[in-house]
Design a protein around this ligand. Structure first.
Ligand SMILES: CCCSc1c(F)c(F)c(S(=O)(=O)NC)c(F)c1F
Ligand SMILES: [Zn+2]
Length: 261
């Protein structure tokens, strides 16, 4: 099918500048989560999320996605428990999406692709003194992945969507004073977790992934606003910011655990 052909061709997709595979990589992301192969771990507790909306700083277009960044000089917005042995500070969140609703997410579940995926990036403030240090260390980062599906309008997301025209071009930013990212979480506490990597350079294998089982719903107009962003700077020939996801990586010798039976 067209989709299969495109997925095969995707690794050489011109918009994907990073190496599709990392030499010697044994725990790369994203992966397909095969539900029946995931192993229920009764020791996995619900994730504890404590975000302080006033730590929100700004939104910026980094030429790959749009990032909402947070002030991380203290333990004000943190996640703990779940599969984590330490507390992790929220650094930023961003999204990956497709040109059309048929693809866009980085992870897949039983090979099902979602139109988009939210990543909330946290760093281990118990063990390291900065995000920059943690990014290349084992257990340095914890990323919550939330799938997006097309459905009802998402009121919390709309505040973010309304600010996107101000960051249309690469290297533009806009102040974003108060935002509580917990409004972007599905109500269901269930998740899968596995040891993986960043999906953008430097692709370091430092991430404990926490993938929420249930998606959140956004409406078509909201996702279309993502697709109006540009990879390019003002004055350059415009390239729409779409298909900013990495191809699936081999599971290799990894087990995906579930927090639910
Ligand atoms: C040099 C990193 C800049 S911050 C960042 C990011 F911008 C990003 F896109 C991803 S991702 O791999 O794409 N998604 C988890 C990250 F993990 C990050 F930490
Ligand atoms: Zn990401």
């Amino acid at each position: 099918t067209l989709k299969a052909l495109l997925v095969i061709l995707l690794p050489v997709h011109p918009l994907w500048k990073s190496p599709v595979s990392v030499p010697g990589g044994t725990r790369q992301s994203p992966i397909n989560i095969q539900w029946r192969d995931s192993v229920y771990d009764p020791c996995l507790k619900p994730l504890t999320i404590q975000y302080d909306p006033s730590t929100c700083l700004h939104i910026w277009n980094n030429g790959y996605s749009f990032l909402v960044e947070f002030e991380d000089s203290a333990d004000k917005s943190i996640i703990t428990v779940g599969p984590l042995e330490c507390h992790y500070r929220l650094k930023q969140f961003h999204f990956h999406w497709g040109a059309i609703n048929e693809w866009g997410s980085e992870h897949t579940v039983d090979s099902k692709v979602f139109p988009a995926e939210l990543h909330l990036v946290h760093w281990n403030a118990n063990k390291f003194s900065s995000f920059e240090e943690a990014i290349s260390e084992d257990n340095g980062l914890a990323v919550i992945g939330v799938f997006l599906k097309i459905g009802t309008h998402h009121k919390g997301l709309q505040k973010l969507v309304d600010a996107l025209p101000a960051v249309k071009h690469k290297d533009t930013s806009v102040e974003f004073d108060v935002f509580d990212p917990s409004c972007l979480m599905p109500s269901c506490p269930d998740y899968w977790t596995y040891a993986g990597s960043l999906t953008t350079p430097p692709l370091t294998e430092s991430v404990t992934w926490i993938i929420k089982k249930r998606p959140i719903e956004v409406d078509q107009d909201q996702l279309e606003e993502f697709r109006l962003l540009l990879f390019t700077s003002a004055g350059e020939e415009e390239k729409k910011m779409v298909d900013n996801f990495r191809p699936l990586q081999p599971l290799m010798n990894r087990t995906v655990r579930s927090s639910f039976e």
